[in-house]
Design a protein around this ligand. Sequence first.
Ligand code: NDP
Length: 292
Amino acid sequence: MTATILEGEPIAERMRAELKAEIERMERPPRLVAVMAGEDRGARAYARMQAAACGQVGIEYELQELPAAIAQEELHAALRRLSVEPLVDGIILQMPLPDGLDASAAQAAIEPEKDADGVHPHNLGLVAQDQATLAPCTAQGVVALIEASGAEIRGAEVVVVGRSVIVGKPAALMLLDRGATVTVCRSTTRDLAFHTSRADILVVAIGRAQMIRGEQIKPGAAVIDVGMNYVPGEDGAKGRYVGDVAFDEAKEVAGVITPVPGGVGPMTVTMLLRNTVEAAKRQRGSLDWPVA
Ligand code: NDP
């Protein structure tokens, strides 16, 4: 069997077209402010992608850069100032932060209604209460990909490998909410292959290049590979990104599989746009805010 390759870009493209149409109907475009403390290549690259994606759908985008030596309290103050700024609809704090800064504490300083990244404790609590509103972008992207794959979520055996706050855990909760039976595996899981090989839907978010092999996958399964691992090229050749799943083996076993790059990645930034629009609508009173 050779799996159907589930590309994220066409699905993301459709979603962006819908968002663009929705934004055109709004009185004023939503505004997203990204805050970046210090300099990081990954954060800079993600900011460039955010700016381009926002431009495509008509969201106003601003990158605010803060010094790497900023104190935790000053960072909180900057985020609180943006939180009360009426013309700012969404705020995202770029990761990683410089050493010594507490990311969770800083994210909690953002007003939950403007938390475009979906990482504020209030918004994570809503995910746990089956009221996902501004949920973490990558987890939303994973769920949207599974929905687009045609795989039946209700009643499915879903195995999520990785339990991070931004990917594994919220994805597991959102799939549980959609009627799946969900198992979450982590580094302490005793027999990982036992779990992965019985998954109708396998979500892998570990951060280890090609760790999940073909023989660990159930024939016909839908495999969503979140991993993004840089593998340097040999003898001066250019490096490349690979997933957490050994793609060439897995595609011979799975029914559907996402590629890396090009699978989950395009969905993440699109979900940031969606959260920004959602945040704008809620703040402008066109949608109710769930009370936790
Ligand atoms: P984290 O490092 O926060 O979490 C990794 C998880 O993997 C942990 O729960 C850890 O377990 C688990 N794990 C580690 N080793 C094993 C093992 N041997 N067996 C089973 N589980 C293991 O990672 P993230 O969730 O932030 O990211 C995961 C991957 O997804 C990375 O490659 C990252 O780059 C990528 N990513 C891609 C995004 C995209 O948009 N495409 C967005 C976000 C992430 P434990 O908790 O026990 O330590």
